[in-house]
Every structure is written in structure tokens, then in C-alpha cells.
Design a protein around this ligand. Structure first.
Ligand code: GDP
Ligand code: MG
Length: 311
């Protein structure tokens, strides 16, 4: 990522800034950890894999330091255009970072995908330091044996945390700070994300669908924000939910519209908390076959970033 594009100014000698690549297989707690570090909810977190489709940036700032966290989509074997894109992003993120945080779920033994991630980190890391984060220690029992995790990769450090219970998070930040070089503050002190509310609104609707549906439905859903209006007393958000089949449309709408109402009201409540004002959320469902192989569509809904440096 080029940070020069967002910074123009000077900084004092003792300010530091850098990029942390957060990696780990789906469901280990990456989004939960970023939310705990930032103290508020910016990345959606659910118990189902592949919730994160797009690279997301969380911005942690103090007077002396600014750290940009990239919450990378899970590293896994590509199956379609979206999968290939996610892989490329993940590998770039690793080589560009000041430090790699590999999040592991220590409530269960290492899994096959962890070995695959170890290989990917090993081949992409160059001289980037790696910190192993042993997450979910609240579920690990009294005398956990971490050696199978330590054996996965030759890392600079290990830190134990519970992202959910917000344990060990301060220690983790101190350990990360060692690797952050001198540099400017790129974003205002109070900014926690580089994503606009429009995209976050779409992700919030998608989160509620993932939480309330099963099997292939979560993977088949894309949400486009067709319109977003900040009016005097209310924010109006018009969202279009895309699915790949008529049957999925039926599931999302539900009997007598029950499901879509449930999705809409829980998304609206979250958005009202985030935006701090009344929200009117309008949901529509459309069928768009094979959107997951349609690059133009994925750019439009923000799952693929616009090409930055094409020259
Ligand atoms: P991601 O796919 O790596 O981003 O994982 P998420 O952050 O979405 O978390 C997946 C699930 O694990 C969610 O249900 C979280 O609440 C849960 N989780 C995350 N961290 C912890 C933790 O430290 N302890 C426990 N018990 N659950 C956690
Ligand atoms: Mg996630």
C-alpha cells in the first residue's frame, strides 16, 4: 500500500507510524481482535468463515503513534475471480507490512490451513517480523500446550490474548510498537477506518444475512448501497441484496417477509449505534447469477478495490 498518497505534511522526530498485516484462517478472531484494539466495531465479525471479503483498514492512533491494521481475507486456495483476488491482496499485504500478526485459535489444535498459511507467510515475508497471536486463550484451559503452534513458523514473538474478552490487547500493542518505524500521522487522531459509512452499511446488512442464513446462502450474497442520504433528522439508506438463485431470494425474504424484516431491523439498530442518529433502512432483493465471477460488479459493490497504480 502506498501511504504517500494519503500524507502531505511534516512530523516530529518521535512520532511513529506503520502498517500491520493481520492474517489467519477464517474464524480465528481477526475481526474481533481489530475491533478490540480500536475499541469499537468497524470490521464485521461472525461465527461463519469468509465474512471478510475485502481488505479493511483499522486505524489505531495515540499522540505518539499511528498503526494501520489491514484485516486480510483468509488465505485459501482460489476457486473463482474473487478468491484469486483475495489471495493476491493477502500476499501483497504481507510483503508491504512493517510487522505481520498471525492470529491462531488455540482453543483447538493447528489445522491444515494453518500449515498452508505458514508456507505463504514464509515465502512472502522477506525480512518482515512475525508475531504469533495465540487467541481465544479464554477457551484454552488451565495448562495449554502452545508448542504445536510455535512449531508452525519461526516467529519473532508470541503474545497470548482473548480478543473477545479484551485480554492481553494492551500487551500486544506494546509488542507491535517495537516494530513501528518513525513516520507521520496519516489520518486524523479520531478516524478509525478508511472505509466510508456507505460500505460499512452494506457490510452490516451482509453480516445480518450471514448470521441468519445457512449453507450456500452466506457465500452468495452481495449488498449494494444504491443510495445513502443524510437528511435533517434521519439517515436514509437504500440497499439492494444480490443473490445467485431464485430459491435464495425466497430464503432471504422468508415466509410473509419475516426474514427480511429481521435482517433489516437488526442491521438498522447496529447502524443507528454507529452513526448516532435515526436510520431508515430500505432493503430489496435481486437475483444476479454468477456475480462472484463478475469483476465489474464486485468493483461496484466495493469487494474489489479500484486499481490504484495502473501506470
Ligand atoms: P475472523 O474470521 O478471523 O475475522 O474471525 P471473527 O473475528 O469473525 O471471529 C470468529 C468467531 O470467534 C466469532 O464468533 C467471535 O466472537 C469468536 N471469537 C473471536 N475471538 C475470540 C476469543 O478470544 N474468545 C472466544 N471465546 N471467542 C472468540
Ligand atoms: Mg473477519
Amino acid at each position: 500500500m502506498s501511504l504517500d498518497s494519503v500524507f502531505n505534511g511534516t512530523w516530529s522526530d518521535d512520532h511513529r507510524s506503520g502498517v500491520v498485516a493481520v492474517v489467519g484462517r477464517p474464524n480465528v478472531g481477526k475481526s474481533t481482535l481489530i475491533n478490540a484494539i480500536l475499541g469499537q466495531k468497524i470490521a464485521i465479525a461472525t461465527p461463519k468463515p469468509q465474512t471478510t471479503r475485502r481488505i479493511q483498514l483499522g486505524i489505531y492512533s495515540t499522540e505518539k503513534m499511528q498503526v494501520l491494521f489491514t484485516d486480510t481475507p483468509g488465505l485459501h486456495a482460489p476457486r473463482n475471480t474473487l478468491g484469486e483476488y483475495m489471495m493476491t491482496v493477502a500476499e501483497q499485504t504481507l510483503s508491504d507490512a512493517d510487522v505481520i500478526l498471525w492470529i491462531l485459535d488455540v482453543s483447538e489444535p493447528p489445522q491444515k490451513p494453518d500449515e498452508y498459511i505458514a508456507e505463504t507467510i514464509q515465502s512472502a515475508r522477506g525480512d518482515t517480523p512475525v508475531v504469533l497471536v495465540f487467541n481465544k486463550i479464554d477457551l484454552a484451559g488451565d495448562n495449554p500446550d502452545f508448542s504445536p503452534f510455535e512449531a508452525l513458523l519461526d516467529a519473532q514473538k508470541t503474545v497470548r490474548v482473548s480478543a473477545l474478552k479484551e485480554m492481553g490487547v494492551d500487551t500486544l500493542i506494546n509488542e507491535i510498537a517495537d516494530y513501528i518505524p518513525e513516520g507521520p500521522r496519516y489520518y486524523p487522531l479520531d478516524q478509525v477506518s478508511d472505509m466510508n459509512m456507505r460500505f460499512i452499511a452494506g457490510e452490516t446488512v451482509r453480516e445480518k444475512i450471514i448470521l441468519n442464513t445457512e449453507k450456500e446462502v452466506p457465500h452468495s450474497v452481495a449488498v449494494e448501497i444504491a443510495d445513502y442520504k443524510d437528511l435533517d433528522h434521519v439517515t436514509e439508506i437504500y440497499a439492494v441484496i444480490y443473490v445467485e438463485k431464485d430459491s435464495q431470494k425466497g430464503i432471504i425474504i422468508g415466509k410473509g417477509g419475516k426474514m427480511i424484516k429481521k435482517i433489516g431491523s437488526s442491521a438498522r439498530q447496529d447502524l443507528e449505534k454507529m452513526i448516532g442518529r435515526q436510520v431508515h433502512l430500505d432493503l430489496r432483493v435481486k437475483v444476479l447469477k454468477n456475480w462472484r465471477s463478475d469483476e465489474r460488479f464486485m468493483r461496484k459493490v466495493g469487494y474489489i478495490l479500484p486499481k490504484a497504480n495502473e501506470d
